[in-house]
Design a protein around this ligand. Structure first.
Ligand code: PEP
Ligand code: MN
Length: 441
């Protein structure tokens, strides 16, 4: 058995128990024959970008749905997400005066870890929804069956989304002036946006100045965009791992960046073992109970050679915990000298259930966690390297608060997520302008 299969002997959490192993084997054989979704050279380039983040020279904006769905992979939905992400990135680039590394939680985010294996509604019990790569969202026995053929569909859907993303970000749609014009629209057309008039005006003048100078660099016409998802389903990730012809090293070609979730980061478990051997840049989510020994052991296991850009930590502590839980982790890592990038996920520690039963998050808690993240890093002299958010480009009503003041009784209006509540388009832009101001201070 090669290193890439050593995880098979270890405990692997959150793996679906597929009904028919022969069917799974047939699907895996198919997947193993599919072309790569990303190239090893692109993964290396992202690693370089993340090394710059770790050095304090760039900022990450990573985001997308909690769970992508096959139906939600339409051209419109993908375009709206990209458009929002690009708009946020322009504001952050200007305010931070550093490159913003744009990473979609897109083109592969089809599998979810769940806290309970089954779901009970009105006394009826079915397997929990584990993402479109595993089963259907609809609450019926048929939809909730774990169907390995969905893995292939997840691959095809990822290919489609990535193809669209590459076209949108390289084909003129992402032109800086165009993206800025969308931001001006947001600022002038909504009462929430008006608060950002000054910042938008500054960007406008900077662009006018460059135009007057005759500067029109290639970078204004397209952007680098990378894909990422949680590497949860190990059979899928293994089937898409290939030996790069240039270097002879294994890369998981299902996405540029893969991360290990808070629930599956056990040091001696299958996920850490698998991820140890792929050469992509990788990330690990860290929740509020993480100890500094855990973090140092993860570094030792996942980046023993201290390769810059290889390892990113995505902290998701909760607004109430971050100021207490984060400092000791950052301090110990800094003392160890390991080159890591720190990213703040202000979503997953701030989820609660509204009286209506909807899972939601308060915009103010999200902001407060980002503020805490900046405070901790500033106090320690380390670099707040970026944010990781769950958002959509559509006007959903899933998180409360923000400039348009969504309240708990509005949640039912457009609650469309297949898993966790996402910031909508306005809330995401709001967040970008506010974080930009924090970054500047
Ligand atoms: C997620 O990113 O959707 C997720 C499940 O996060 P975490 O692993 O941090 O709980
Ligand atoms: Mn989520």
């Amino acid at each position: 058995m090669t290193d890439l299969d050593a995880w098979r002997d270890l405990p692997a959490d959150q793996q679906p128990e597929w009904e028919d192993p022969a069917e799974l084997a047939a699907v895996i054989a198919q997947l193993a024959k599919q072309p790569p979704l990303v190239f090893a050279g692109e993964c290396d380039q992202l690693k370089d970008r993340l090394a710059a983040v770790a050095r304090g020279e760039a900022f990450v904006l990573q985001g997308g749905d909690c769970a992508e769905t096959f139906d939600g992979s339409s051209a419109d939905a993908v375009r709206n997400k990209l458009k929002t992400l690009l708009q946020m990135a322009v504001v952050l680039t200007y305010a931070g005066s550093v490159p913003v590394v744009k990473i979609g939680r897109m083109a592969g985010q089809f599998a979810k870890p769940r806290s309970k294996a089954t779901e009970i509604r009105d006394g009826v019990e079915h397997p929990a929804y584990r993402g479109d790569a595993v089963n259907g969202f609809e609450f019926t026995a048929e939809a909730r069956r774990y169907d390995p053929r969905r893995l292939l569909q997840a691959y095809y859907c990822s290919a489609m989304t990535l193809n669209l993303s590459r076209a949108f970000t390289k084909g003129g749609y992402a032109d800086l002036r165009q993206v800025h014009a969308w931001n001006q629209d947001f600022v002038s057309s909504s009462p929430a946006g008006q608060r950002y008039d000054r910042l938008a005006g500054e960007i406008d003048r900077a662009l006018a100045f460059m135009k007057a100078c005759g500067a029109d660099p290639e970078e204004f016409h397209g952007v680098e965009f990378y894909s990422s998802h949680e590497a949860l389903l190990l059979e899928y990730e293994r089937a898409l791992t290939r030996i790069d012809a240039r270097t002879g090293l294994p890369y998981d070609v299902s996405a540029h960046l893969l991360w290990i979730g808070e629930r599956t980061r056990g040091l001696d478990d299958a996920h850490v073992e698998f991820m140890r051997h792929i050469r992509n840049p990788i990330a690990v989510k860290l929740g509020p109970t993480t100890s500094s020994d855990d973090v140092l052991a993860l570094i030792e296991r996942l980046n023993p050679d201290q390769e810059p850009g290889r390892l990113t930590f995505i902290t998701r502590m909760g607004a109430g915990r971050i100021r207490d839980a984060l400092p000791s982790l950052v301090e110990k890592v800094t003392q160890s000298g390991a080159p890591v990038a720190w990213i703040c996920d202000p979503m997953h520690g701030n989820t609660f259930e509204a009286p209506s039963g909807h899972k939601t998050r308060r915009f103010d808690d999200v902001l407060d966690e980002v503020a805490g993240f900046f405070e901790v890093h500033r106090a320690l002299g380390t670099h707040p390297g970026g944010i990781h958010i769950e958002f959509t480009g559509d006007d959903v009503t899933e998180c409360v608060g923000g400039g348009h003041e969504i309240v708990e009784t509005d949640l039912h209006q457009r609650y469309e997520t297949a898993c966790d509540p996402r910031l909508n388009r306005g809330q995401s832009l709001d967040l970008a302008f506010i974080v930009a101001e924090m970054y500047r201070k």
